[in-house]
Design a protein around this ligand. Structure first.
Ligand SMILES: [Zn+2]
Ligand SMILES: [Zn+2]
Length: 328
């Protein structure tokens, strides 16, 4: 049976096809398609940008490990500034092009409205200012705190540093592992965030943004930041090269900027790049499914995968009704 046409409740842009499982998870296996997914679909262009930024950041924008054996304001501030500047560059750049300059007008925009400028839900009544505040003041600070502890552990030799030249395959596994671990961890903490008591106090702040923008990515309650950035904790025990630490930081802090951009594609000078994440966009519109990401499809295992079609939406609504009846 053909899948029904994709369904976008706000009536603006919707991708032509429904959201399928990546070829990496195909059964029987499709090795070439899986490799194409790994090195092209999953990483191009944003993953490669973060990998490039991680190398540059580690070599030129991060203090030397020998300076990080003691917690001192100077090097901690340098890492905070680096994170704030890189987030501002990506989220701010996307915001400038898509929302201030309106460089592609509404082309590929999921939602029919522009960000709210007079809503009492947001600080100062302004969605963008509210999002920038939570992202920089809380998000960047808590991400930096985890990164600082991680570097302090490595600087003191509590965890050994594997060399890239001696163990290139291990480095590549860690590099790709950042994306899978980040996505899997995100599913777990995000699913917890939707437990009603936690949702009401903590996660509701992020969900005020039904119509998301680049600055929405890590616009979260500080308690959510503490849990979300706990993604660093395995690196306190598992030896990785410091570039991996920086990559994880960039992927988790900056990655949500394009994926919340509100546009399916970014179009610059006639070229278009995948930008938005329709899967997560549907989560912002409906709340109770698509908790994770396509790249680590845990939703598929637990039946909370909405592929964007009307049929799938009906099936999800039925699943939720059943769940409510069982818990009533
Ligand atoms: Zn979100
Ligand atoms: Zn959520």
């Amino acid at each position: 049976m053909m899948a029904a046409a994709p369904h976008n409740p706000t009536g603006e842009y919707q991708p032509a096809s429904t959201i399928g499982l990546p070829a990496l998870y195909a059964w029987p296996p499709r090795p070439l398609a899986a490799l194409r997914y790994l090195f092209f679909d999953m990483l191009f262009p944003w993953g490669y940008l973060y990998i490039g930024m991680a190398f540059i950041s580690w070599h030129y924008l991060t203090p030397d490990l020998s300076e990080m054996t003691e917690f001192e304001a100077g090097w901690i501030a340098q890492i905070w500034l680096r994170n704030a500047a890189l987030l501002s560059l990506v989220a701010g750049g996307l915001h400038w092009w898509l929302y201030m300059r309106r460089g592609q007008q509404r082309k590929y925009k999921y939602h029919d409205k522009w960000p709210a400028t007079d809503s009492r839900m947001f600080l100062w009544g302004n969605q963008v200012r509210d999002n920038v505040f939570w992202s920089i003041v809380s998000g960047v600070s808590i991400c930096t705190a985890y990164e600082v502890v991680t570097f302090w552990i490595y600087a003191n030799g509590y965890v050994a540093i594997p060399s890239i030249a001696a163990q290139p395959i291990y480095f590549l596994v860690c590099l790709l592992g950042v994306f899978f671990w980040g996505n899997f961890h995100f599913y777990c903490v995000h699913r917890f965030m939707h437990w009603q008591p936690v949702y009401r106090i903590v996660h509701e702040l992020h969900h005020r943004n039904v119509n998301t923008g680049p600055w929405t990515g890590i616009a979260m309650h500080p308690l959510e930041h503490v849990i979300y950035f706990s993604v660093f904790i395995p690196l306190w025990f598992l030896p990785v090269h410091p570039v991996i630490v920086v990559l994880l930081s960039l992927y988790m802090a900056i990655g949500p900027a394009p994926s919340h951009s509100g546009f399916n594609f970014l179009e610059i000078m006639g070229r278009r790049f995948f930008t938005g994440d329709w899967y997560h966009q549907l989560h912002h519109q409906y709340f109770n499914f698509n908790y994770g990401n396509v790249g680590a499809p845990v939703d598929r295992l637990f039946g909370s995968w909405h592929d964007g079609s009307r049929e799938s939406l009906q099936a999800q609504k039925e699943r939720l009704r059943k769940q409510r009846r069982q818990t009533a």
